[in-house]
Design a protein around this ligand. Structure first.
Ligand code: NAP
Length: 348
């Protein structure tokens, strides 16, 4: 069996397709995990803000636990994807290579695992090392792990508890300093081996560039060398192309881009005849064409579903290739670089 991955700058293999878990209920998770993993998916995208890690962790552990006499997970439960058309910037590795990669960069974790788990820290915790640490500890406890795979700063705007940020909070001149403080805590957690990789989410150039500059300045610090940003997770569908302004800075700094709402999420407009026509041409469901569009741009994808049938069909992503002219047509559906109700550009 094989796994399609993106190699992060520290050598960690990040699965190309991770199941999104926003609003995924524990009652649906068992069957959706089974269907996804059996179809070749190897990652879960979660966050403390989704308030479901405590429920999803036990479901994942139940799925992975107790298959073999030696406690190893049951290999038969994990499937492969068809890999006839893997886009550039991804690599196909064997299951053995993928599993062996879990020793990077910190040595083998004490648990034996195969599912790459991402969590995110919500901005209301950014101003306190203690709050970030307790958030991470709660995540690790939920998944019964001593180390997670990827921790992201969820959103650039600190000093707020709710998604309804006030103008004052969004423009707070202390935001950059608070973000940097939070990032330095992630660096500590990385050095302490609590996570195999760290990154950010919804960081636009105004947030990312100063952070990268600070990290470069501190790289030679002997006592506490800085840790580079390894991933930036942003919105990415033909309609909302949140990656547009960060592609160059991410490419120049070896930062992987992962995209959320690849199918358009709840806010997607009516898909209209264009997506339907292209989907018909490739004889694939519309959702697969949308997810493939993002993969073909070189982005890791995080499609969410609560339905096992869709979980299976959404993973058929590497058996076909969208032709250049159809990629351009999908690019042309562009409406905005951000969701106006959740606009990271508005955060100072
Ligand atoms: N970093 C961030 O700020 C951020 C923000 C938003 C999301 N995310 C992450 O990204 C993940 C994905 O985003 P999302 O959940 O908002 O949107 P999405 O994955 O683009 O779309 C999910 C929605 O589409 C439906 N769906 C799934 N497969 C489909 C298909 N083949 N055809 C038609 N509809 C389909 C799902 O319904 P059913 O469940 O009924 O199948 C669900 O309503 C989240 O779960 C989360 O992990 C991150």
């Amino acid at each position: 069996m094989v796994v399609v991955c993106k190699e992060l700058s520290n050598g960690v293999l990040f699965p190309a397709v991770n199941l999104g878990t926003w609003q995924l209920q524990a009652s649906d998770a068992g069957e959706v995990f089974s269907a996804s993993f059996a179809s070749g998916c190897r990652g879960l995208d979660g966050a403390r803000y989704y308030t479901n890690e405590e429920e999803l962790g036990p479901v994942l552990n139940q799925y992975c636990e107790g298959a073999g006499a030696d406690g190893r997970v049951d290999l038969k439960k994990f499937g492969s994807m068809n890999t006839d058309h893997v886009p550039a910037r991804f690599k196909v590795v064997t299951d053995d290579e993928y599993n062996a990669n879990f020793v990077l960069p910190h040595g083998k974790p004490s648990d034996d695992r195969r599912i790459f788990v991402t969590t995110k820290i919500w901005p209301s915790d950014f101003d306190s090392e203690e709050k970030i640490r307790s958030s991470v500890e709660a995540h690790l406890k939920a998944y019964k792990r001593d180390q997670t795979d990827l921790i992201l700063l969820h959103w650039p705007g600190p000093h707020c508890n709710l998604p309804n940020f006030t103008e004052e909070q969004m423009k707070d001149p202390k935001n950059a300093e608070t973000r940097l403080g939070a990032w330095k805590v992630l660096e500590k957690l990385y050095r302490e081996k609590k996570t195999r990789a760290i990154g950010v989410s919804n960081f636009m150039p105004q947030h990312l560039t100063p952070l990268i500059e600070d990290i470069k300045k501190r790289a030679a610090d002997i006592t506490a060398p800085s840790v580079p940003v390894m991933c930036n997770q942003v919105e990415g569908s033909p309609w909302i192309q949140g990656f547009r302004d960060i592609v160059e800075v991410c490419d120049n700094n070896n930062i992987a881009i992962s995209v959320y709402r690849p199918i358009g999420g709840r806010r997607r407009p009516e898909k209209g005849p264009i997506v339907a026509e292209i989907a018909a041409k490739y004889k694939k469901p519309e959702g697969n064409v949308l997810i493939r569009w993002a993969l073909q741009k070189g982005f890791v994808v995080l499609p969410k579903t609560s339905k096992p049938d869709r979980a299976r069909s959404n993973m058929d992503l590497f058996s076909f290739q969208i032709e250049d002219q159809d990629m351009k047509t999908l690019d042309g559906l562009f409406m905005s670089k951000s969701d106006p109700t959740q606009d990271p550009y508005a955060i100072a």
